[in-house]
Structures are given as structure tokens and as C-alpha cells.
Design a binder for this molecule. Sequence first.
Ligand code: S3P
Length: 410
Amino acid sequence: MPGDKSISHRYAMLSALAEGKSEIHFFSPSADCASTVACLQSLGVRIERKDNALTVHGTGLRGLRPPGKTLDAGNSGSTMRMLAGILAGQPFKSVIAGDASLSRRPMQRIIDPLTQMGARIRSADGGRPPLVIEGGPLKPIRYEMPVASAQVKSAVLLAGLFAEGETEVVEPAVTRDHTEIALEQMGVEIGRHRRTISLRGPARLQAKTWHVPGDVSSAAFFLAAALIVPDSNLVVQNVGLNPTRTALLDLLIPMGARIKVLNVEMLNGELIGDLHVESSTLEGGEIPPESIPALIDELPVLAVLGTQSKRGLTFGHAAELRVKESDRLAAMAENLRRMGAEVEELPDGLRVAGQQVLRGAEIDPHGDHRIAMAFAVAGLVAEGTTVIRDSACAAISFPGFFEALNQVVD
Ligand code: S3P
């Protein structure tokens, strides 16, 4: 699998703020992480890249320089939201913009806390990008997040590095904790009490040598394919197994998925291991609401799995999917119907019937990498040929996805 996208963004940003030279091995080859690297370079950070190894010459907390141009986050919400936390603490003005999809996504969720901390931020109507961020001295806050979002949590924690005193973030539900782990690895003390995370600024970050685990959200497409294609037997190696990212396994194994976790070890504070998966009969059922935040990126491929399960799959409490790279609820419903599947689109979820025969169809992923990859999996079990329009969008998280899939199917 490619290096984990979420973790790669964080290692690059944090290494940029560290004192000294960091190395990042197995850095994600995704277009999204390339956006993060380009933005950091525009902020004066020297970064050398050789294949998927990055050398980042940290500038220290106060060493970024005003960008001479608009920072381009491309399609990447993580780049825009997390970098905004850093830009809020800078003594200069920055403008950060994105592509058409990112320009439709909500940014008020970071504008609110960062403004409370003292940054001045202007946006387009409705709190949409581009953002004009006038940073400056920040004050620490205690912030209760209205949405469960690791990107928002990270933005506030990153801004907290620059603020004098203790910044606290309270999450409504547990979200991925890669930022906290990476900061601890760099010598920053992180408080964690139930769902409150805190740190004390101004903080000093030590440079590190990092090894990024394989991306479990990319592995999800291969696990799903192996589960539903008959007679499959697949091992996916070196996958990140941070418990805030493995809700998919917690859901599928009790539903009958034959997945075994092997060779687990710890790498830079992150669990990593191999996943052995074999074709399985899945029971299906309802996804508990409390699991949704931890499954958010896997829901598109889960909907595909639902069509092949005994009882189908239903979930709600996932209105967040409407403001991802595409409206993922609408995109899943539309394309599952194109394949002849029975699916009901709910305001905040989907109800997918089980035991369905899918027909090959022309799929419109609406430029969304996870929709394109989910339907590649559906195409493997569909009768006839499936054509995915604009399939190159998979490179947003997984360049070489189709080649990798070809390697493991007969
Ligand atoms: C991410 C967090 C999630 C996820 C996204 C990556 C991250 O978004 O959907 O793909 O790296 O922190 P939210 O924080 O908006 O839930």
C-alpha cells in the first residue's frame, strides 16, 4: 500500500516546524500530500524528495516565510484545514485556495476556533475557500468541537503550538490521533483525558526519522475486493493499525469477515501489521452511529460490500459524507443504481439491500478518488464490464491503484 495519507500530511507539516533535519520514509505518493509539500515549500521550507523519501529541513517554530503567492491545497481538505492552524500563528498574511471540489467544502469549522485564538480569517461566502489568514500572536483556548473531525482537532492543536499557555480541544467522538502521536514522538507533552486533548505552547519540536505505515484506508479497497470475489486469499503487508483507524475491521470481523491481523509492531508510536483476508460470507446489518466518525473514509466501499452481504447494510449519522471530496451519499446512491442495485438515500446515510447481482455500468465518480476505487471493487463482482469515467482521480490518494488491483486479480 502507499504510505498513509493522513500520517504523511502530519509528518511533513510537523517536520517543517521542527528544529533540524527530518527524514520521512514511505511518504504517501498521493496528489494530496504533494499539495502539502508544495505549500510548505512556498512557505520557505527546504524539502528534497527522492521517490517516496522526503528530507525536510525544519525551520523551527518561528522560521516560516511569507509565501509570495497563493498557497494551493488542490483537492486536499487536510492540507487546507491543518495548514490553516499553522498559518494562524504566523506574523504574516497568507492566502490558501483549492480546486473546485475543495472550494465547496466547509471551512467555518476551523475559522471559528482559529479566530477565537486571535487570527483574522476571511473566506468566500458560507465559510468556503479561499481563505485569507492574517496570523499573529495567538492565545490558548478550550475548544469544544461541534463536529467530530481530526482535521479540526489538528488545526487547533497546531495553532496551540504557537500560543502562550495551554490549548485544549474536546472531541464529541474519538477521531484519528496521528497528530497527538507524532507530537509526542517529537518531544511535545500531550494531555489526554477522555476526549480532551491538550498541549502547552510555545512548543519545541525535535526533528525525527519517520517511517509511514501503509494506508489502511487504501487497504480497505483490497480487503473489500478479497472478501467478495470468490476464492480470494490475499495478504496486505505493513498496514497502519492505529485503533482510531481500524473500525472497519471491528465492524467486519463480527459480521463474518475472515480477516487475520499478523506481525503487529510499533513504529514511531503507530501500530503496523499485515492483514490476511479470505473470501467470506458477510452478514450485513446496521452500522452503529458511534462507529461512524472512525469509519468515515471507508463508508463508500462498505456500501459496495453491503450489496453482497446477506442482510444488506444500513447507516445514518453520516451527513459529513455530503461535504467530502464529493457528496458521497449521492454519488454512491447514483452509481449503485447505475449497476442495478437497490439503494435508498437517506438524509444522513444509505440503506443498501443485500444479495444483489450487480450489472457492469458506466460510473461517474464525480472526481472523487474513494468513489472511483469503491466502484472498481464493485466492478470485480458485477456481470459485464464496468467503465469508470475520469478514473485518474484515484491518484488523489492512491496513484497506481488500478495497476495494484490488476496485480491481485486473475
Ligand atoms: C482526515 C480526517 C477525516 C478524513 C480525511 C482525513 C485527517 O476528515 O475524512 O480523509 O487526515 O485528519 P475529518 O477530519 O473532516 O473528519
